[in-house]
Design a protein around this ligand. Structure first.
Ligand SMILES: *Cc1c(COP(=O)(O)O)cnc(C)c1O
Length: 404
C-alpha cells in the first residue's frame, strides 16, 4: 500500500519555488466552483485587477495562464512572432536563451547579442543593436536568476516605443520583489510567475500587455471550429492552448469557452496577490531589500566572495563563488539533510562555480535569512572551508538592528 505523503518541512532559500504562505495553502482547499459560476467569475475579475498592481500598469489586459512562467513567455512570443520575423535577444544569462529557443521554434529569425554573464548590458549597446538589426521584437530578462543580475530597461523601452519595436520582458524573478514599471519603462508585454516573489505554488504565469499588442493579437484571432465557423484566420497563432487572442476573450466579459480554469490555483493566486497588496508593494520591495542586505553582509563577513557586478545585483538572488577546493554539492546536501535548508546551484558555465541564495516572496523573512546563514557557515566549516567563524549571523543581525 502507498502511504500518505509525509513531506519534510524545509526552509527554502532558492530562486523558486519558494515557501507558500499558510493562507495561500489554505485557500487551495476552498471548495471547487464551476468555471463560469458567477462566484468564480468575480474571483477571476479580482485576480485580473490585482495582477496589475505589482506590474504597475494601467493596461486593460492582465491575466493568468495555466502553466508555469515559461507558458507566459511562450504565449507572449508566439502571439507576436510570425515566420521570418526578426527577434533580438540580448543575453547576459541562461534565461535569455530560453526566449531565443522559444522564438526559434516559432520560426523567427533570432539574433543574439551576447556577453559575459557577470554583468548587465549598457542600455545604449542594446539600442545600437536594435538600430543595426531592425528587429520586430526585442526580448530580454529583467532579473536573470542564473547569475543574480538585473537589467535596467527604461531607455530600451523608450527607444522601442518610438521606433515601433515590440519590447517583451521576462520579469519572473523580480515581480513583487523589486520594482517592475511596465508603463513607465515602455514594456509591451511583461511576464511573471507564481512560485517566485508571489509565494504561490508553481503552475501559473501572469501576463500583461498593452493595446499595441492587443491589436496584433486581435488581427490573428481564430475561434475553434466547434464553436463557430466564422472566425477562420490564415495568420492564426500556432498554439491553441497558449493563444493569447483566445485567452484574453476567455478572461473578458465575452468568456469564450477555452480551457477549464485551474480553480484551486486561482484561489491560491488570489490569496497570494491579496497578501502582497495588503503588505503594500513598496513595503514588499523594502522587505526584500533589507533581507538582501543582511544576506550580503553575512556572506561578506564570512569572507566569501559574491559573483558578478554588485552594483546591478538583483535583491532576490545572491550568487556566491564556491571557494577553491570545496565541493559545492556536498555543502548543499548537508544544508538540506542536516538543517532542512535548500539553496541552489546554477546552470551552464556557472554550474559548479556558484551557489545561489534566493530571497523571494514568503521565504524572504528575517528568521529564514538568519537560519540559512547559520547553517551555511556550519556546513562550510564542516567541509574545511577557511572562513571567518561566527561572523556571518552577527553581521546580518547588525543589519536588522539598523533597520529596526
Ligand atoms: C524561474 C524563471 C523562469 C522559468 O519559470 P518556470 O516557472 O519554471 O517556467 C523564467 N525566467 C526567469 C527569469 C526565471 O527566474
Amino acid at each position: 500500500m502507498y502511504s500518505e505523503i509525509n513531506a519534510p518541512i524545509r526552509t527554502i532559500m532558492t530562486p523558486g519555488p519558494v515557501e507558500a504562505h499558510p493562507r495561500v495553502l489554505r485557500a487551495m482547499g476552498i471548495p471547487i466552483l464551476g468555471q463560469f459560476d458567477p462566484a468564480f467569475l468575480k474571483i477571476m475579475d479580482e485576480v485580473k485587477e490585482m495582477i496589475k498592481v505589482p506590474f504597475q500598469t494601467k493596461n486593460e489586459q492582465a491575466f493568468a495562464i495555466d502553466g508555469t512562467s515559461r507558458s507566459g513567455l511562450e504565449a507572449a512570443l508566439i502571439g507576436l512572432i510570425e515566420p521570418g520575423d526578426k527577434v533580438l535577444i540580448p543575453a547576459y544569462g541562461r534565461f535569455a536563451y530560453l526566449l531565443g529557443e522559444i522564438s526559434e521554434r516559432a520560426k523567427a529569425d533570432v539574433v543574439y547579442l551576447e556577453k559575459e554573464w557577470d554583468s548587465i548590458f549598457d542600455q545604449s549597446d542594446i539600442i545600437q543593436a536594435i538600430k543595426e538589426h531592425q528587429p520586430k521584437i526585442v526580448a530580454l530578462i529583467h532579473g536573470e536568476t542564473a547569475n543574480g543580475q538585473m537589467q535596467p530597461l527604461e531607455k530600451i523601452g523608450e527607444y522601442c516605443q518610438e521606433n515601433d519595436v515590440f519590447f517583451v520582458v521576462d520579469t519572473v524573478a523580480t515581480y513583487g520583489g523589486a520594482p517592475v514599471k511596465v508603463d513607465e519603462w515602455g514594456i509591451d508585454i511583461a511576464i511573471a510567475g507564481t512560485q517566485k516573489c508571489v509565494g504561490v505554488p508553481s503552475g501559473m504565469s501572469l501576463i500583461t500587455y498593452n493595446e499595441r499588442v492587443e491589436k496584433v493579437l486581435t488581427s490573428r484571432y481564430q475561434k475553434e471550429l466547434g464553436l463557430s465557423k466564422d472566425f477562420r484566420n490564415e495568420r492564426h497563432i500556432s498554439s491553441n492552448y497558449l493563444d493569447l487572442s483566445q485567452l484574453q476573450r476567455y478572461w473578458s466579459n465575452e468568456r469564450i469557452n477555452h480551457h477549464t480554469e485551474a480553480t484551486s490555483m486561482i484561489y491560491a493566486l488570489h490569496e497570494g496577490l491579496r497578501l502582497m497588496i495588503q503588505e503594500g508593494i513598496e513595503n514588499g520591495y523594502e522587505r526584500h531589500r533589507v533581507n538582501d542586505e543582511a544576506i550580503q553582509a553575512g556572506i561578506a563577513a564570512m569572507g566569501l566572495k559574491l559573483y558578478g557586478d554588485l552594483e546591478t545585483k538583483m535583491p532576490t538572488v545572491t550568487p556566491i563563488l564556491i571557494p577553491e577546493g570545496i565541493d559545492g554539492e556536498a555543502v548543499r546536501s548537508m544544508l538540506l539533510n542536516e538543517f532542512g535548508v535548500e539553496i541552489a546551484s546554477s546552470f551552464g558555465p556557472l554550474q559548479g562555480k556558484i551557489w545561489r541564495i534566493g530571497n523571494m516572496g514568503f521565504s524572504s523573512r528575517k528568521e529564514n535569512v538568519l537560519h540559512v546563514l547559520a547553517a551555511f557557515e556550519a556546513a562550510l566549516v564542516f567541509h574545511g572551508a577557511e572562513i571567518n567563524r561566527g561572523e556571518g549571523v552577527m553581521a546580518a543581525l547588525r543589519v536588522y538592528q539598523e533597520h529596526k
